[in-house]
Ligand binder design. Structure first.
Ligand SMILES: Cc1ncc(COP(=O)(O)O)c(C=O)c1O
Length: 445
């Protein structure tokens, strides 16, 4: 059975393998809200939301109607040549959500391109060349975004030189803190890695920006201490370094706030959005103060299709829906419910090392045991595979963390059903009932 599944997916594929991160051999035919259907009409609860790009859920009628009506009028017309109103309307709306004045927006087609835009802006504005980011961070796959990422050797090898003058430091990861052997560290020793670096070998007055994901998604949904981000902000202010937040995966209400950085009371200089901001269509957004935006001249970062009328129409409609449905309040309630249920599982299974996250961005870190906290890749891969087999689309990141990021429209009933499937998968794993051969397929990152 397993072999058959593998063959159906790979045997005749014309898509390059380097664009595949396999978890389970399956394709989706349609979806509604937080439910997906495969080509046999089998139902799956979606705990992945297409890599946190489907916050609005699947098959949303209002978005589909808005897009259809826009496309009947005009799908797109290169707005770099002739301004299109939809992009202006969306910009105004995003700025009002942010609640700031004197802000400008730049559009791209993807999160990676929007990160590149922020890199260009930071360098142009500060007239500095160095950038600091974090080990194990993922910011995208273009040469720029990849240069500040540090998560996968396969992404970096054999492709020649990346952007120079980029330094990677350790992310504040309390669960696997290198500096404190026991308990939760309150001293923020990890910040010293940065302050020491700035004193020893990275001249602070040459650093244009620090790029950080306020919750490190692909690292394993790692939530840093609030004080770390606040101290980071202080350091940036002290040295005239721009603080850039990557909101591509955690933004658009996923944490119960429009932007995840709002959970940490910081004031970033540049905000980068992608994934869900386009309501399912490709859109990257870079947001910064007017004076930062004015440091680049046209055509410094233009793309034929970016911020086109159709994708902007979808994005505007989504913002309307999220406001109307008070989605942030919903996310906080559903997140609480979900986390409560997951915590019950933690009492049952020793291999759950930690459950962490905010709102509907939650990670279940699977370990060998709670003392050593070694990443248990095999258990994560097997449990995720078993969940999918039983109707819950669940994947893992950071080698051992089950990724819980459902569409925000998921219901509590769907959450409860998903929890039963996860519970069963842990039981199956514990009783050695999940075939080792699933590891041939379920490789993940
Ligand atoms: C945090 C983060 N930044 C950037 C990106 C890149 O976005 P895109 O795939 O749209 O280029 C991703 C995608 O996974 C991401 O999770």
């Amino acid at each position: 059975m397993l072999k058959e599944k593998i063959n159906t997916v790979f045997k005749e594929s014309y898509i390059a393998n380097f664009q595949k991160i396999p978890y389970y051999p399956i394709s989706f035919k349609h979806g509604k809200g937080a439910i997906l259907y495969d080509y046999n009409e089998k139902e799956y609860i979606d705990f992945l939301a297409s890599a946190s790009s489907a916050n609005i859920g699947h098959g949303n009628q209002e978005i589909a109607d808005a897009v259809y009506n826009q496309m009947k009028k005009i799908t797109q017309y290169a707005s770099v040549y002739f301004p299109m109103p939809e992009a202006e309307i969306l910009s105004k709306k995003l700025i009002s959500i942010l609640g700031k004045k004197d802000i400008k927006i730049a559009y791209s087609n993807s999160g990676s391109e929007a990160i590149d835009c922020a890199m260009k802006l930071a360098k142009a504005y500060t007239k500095r060349n160095k950038i600091i980011s974090f080990k194990e961070a993922y910011h995208g796959a273009t040469y720029g975004a990849l240069s500040i990422s540090a998560i996968s050797l396969n992404m970096r090898k054999n492709i020649g030189g990346l952007i120079p003058d980029i330094y990677h430091i350790s992310y504040p990861n309390c669960f696997r803190c290198k500096y404190a052997k026991e308990g939760k560290c309150t001293n923020l020793y990890c910040l010293e890695e940065l302050t020491d670096s700035l004193e020893q070998y990275i001249p602070a007055n040459e650093v244009a920006a620090i790029f950080i994901e306020p919750i490190a998604g692909d690292m394993g949904i790692v939530v840093p201490p609030k004080e770390y981000l606040q101290k980071l902000q202080e350091l940036c202010n002290k040295y005239g370094i721009l603080l850039v937040v990557d909101e591509i995966q955690q933004g658009m209400c996923r944490t119960g706030k429009w932007f995840s950085f709002q959970n940490f009371d910081i004031k970033p200089d540049i905000i980068v959005m992608g994934k869900s901001v386009g309501a399912g269509l490709p859109l990257g957004v870079t947001i910064a103060k007017r004076e930062i935006m004015e440091s680049l001249s046209a055509p410094a970062h233009v793309f034929t299709m970016s911020g086109n009328s159709t994708v902007c129409t979808a994005a505007i409609k989504q913002l309307e829906i999220f406001e109307r449905e008070k989605i942030n309040e919903q996310v906080i309630k559903k997140g609480k419910h979900l986390k409560g249920k997951l915590n019950e599982l933690m009492d049952k299974y020793e291999i759950i090392g930690e459950i962490r996250g905010i709102g509907l961005s939650i990670g279940i870190d699977i370990v060998n045991n709670r003392i050593e906290k070694k990443k248990n890749y095999i258990a994560a891969a097997k449990i995720a595979y078993n969940c999918i087999e039983n109707g819950l689309l669940l994947t893992f990141i950071g080698k051992s963390t089950l990724r819980v990021q459902p569409p925000l429209v998921i219901t509590n009933e769907q959450i409860d059903k998903a929890i039963q499937i996860i519970d069963k998968a842990f039981e199956n794993y514990t009783n050695n009932k999940i075939d080792d051969r699933v590891l041939l397929y379920a490789k993940g990152w």
